[in-house]
Design a protein around this ligand. Structure first.
Ligand code: CP
Ligand code: NVA
Length: 308
């Protein structure tokens, strides 16, 4: 199945690095892996992890995914490696890609990730930057697909900050022909280039809307998605953003306005009583922990496509 795989040895820095066909393929493989209909073996392959920011899910799901396919991971903590001392990315990338078969990197500036990719001789995976979180989006759409099967009539509404998670959801939604609505306070819209790209990919009138009213956005939605109001690196903006985002909490009133079978997603970690209330987080509509589990299956599928 992977012999003519066009993704082999390619980078996955953005959802834009894959085509609709490749995205559907990754989701299909992930589903098969999850259902134990497919077993991937990559004995002796090594994934190098570099995390400049905290992580639970991404780090552990990559570690477990690698171990399940017979490989292993090396977790390079920037504070104990020379990365923290400021060794240039181009040197680190050239060295690590001689040891490892694939690298997954979580950092701040997307341009730093691109610099790693430029100098690495092995595939580089975006494990979250300030611009995108594409691995998260793979798991999100795997979860949505498990619930609704046919994605064509699904309306996904993201309530909150137009951040990295929102950007990848928009692009993934565009590739899959899913209607995406973003409800955010003025001034916190998703990246303009991401919006432009999504509109170029899927240019139906209703394919993407950016709104400032969560009550309006949520009407008839099948998926309600939220994330923290202040992302990692925005700690100093927390107080100001908490005020600005009042009215954007996903609570039971908002949930009632969505489709009655709507599911609730959150990439985690979550701040209860800020972007989501405890009752909605724990409600029967929540698929948050299925979504977290799916990180592992989706990344195993991704690795199986990228590793040669
Ligand atoms: N959703 C997510 O990426 O979680 P972590 O920050 O724990 O990896
Ligand atoms: N938007 C969040 C996602 C965390 C998984 C952040 O970047 O901190």
């Amino acid at each position: 199945m992977f012999k003519q795989n066009k993704l082999a040895n390619e980078n996955f820095l953005s959802i834009l690095d894959i085509t609709t066909e490749e995205l559907i393929h990754i989701l299909k493989v992930a589903k098969k892996i999850k259902n134990k209909e497919l077993k991937i073996e990559f004995k002796d392959k090594v994934l190098g992890l570099i995390f400049d920011k905290a992580s639970t899910r991404t780090r552990v799901s990559f570690q477990v995914a690698m171990s399940r396919i017979g490989g292993s991971t090396i977790d390079l903590n920037p504070t104990t490696s020379q990365i923290g001392r400021g060794e240039p990315i181009k040197d680190t990338a050239r060295v690590l890609s001689r040891y490892c078969d694939v690298l997954a990197i979580r950092t701040f500036n997307h341009s730093d990730l691109e610099e790693y990719a430029k100098w690495s001789s092995k595939p580089v995976i975006n494990a979250l930057t300030d611009l995108e979180h594409p691995c998260q989006a793979l798991a999100d759409f795997l979860t949505i697909q498990e619930e609704f099967h046919d994605l064509r009539n699904v309306v996904l509404t993201f309530i909150g900050d137009g951040n990295n998670v929102a950007n990848s959801l928009i692009l993934c939604g565009a590739l899959l022909g899913v209607e995406v609505r973003i409800a955010c306070p003025k001034g916190h819209e998703p990246d303009p280039l991401v919006i432009k790209k999504a509109q170029q990919i899927n240019n139906h009138e209703t394919s993407l809307s950016i709104l400032n009213d969560p009550n309006l956005a949520v009407k008839g939605s099948n998926v309600i998605y939220t994330d923290v109001w202040s992302s990692m690196g925005e700690e100093s903006l927390k107080e100001e953003k908490d005020k600005k985002f009042r009215g954007f909490t996903v609570d039971s009133n908002l949930l009632k306005k969505a489709d009655k079978n709507a599911i609730v997603l959150h990439c985690l970690p979550a701040y209860r009583s800020k972007e989501i209330t405890e009752d909605v987080f724990e409600s029967k509509n929540s698929r948050i922990f299925e979504q977290a589990e799916n990180r592992m299956h989706a990344q195993q599928a991704l690795l199986s496509c990228l590793i040669q």
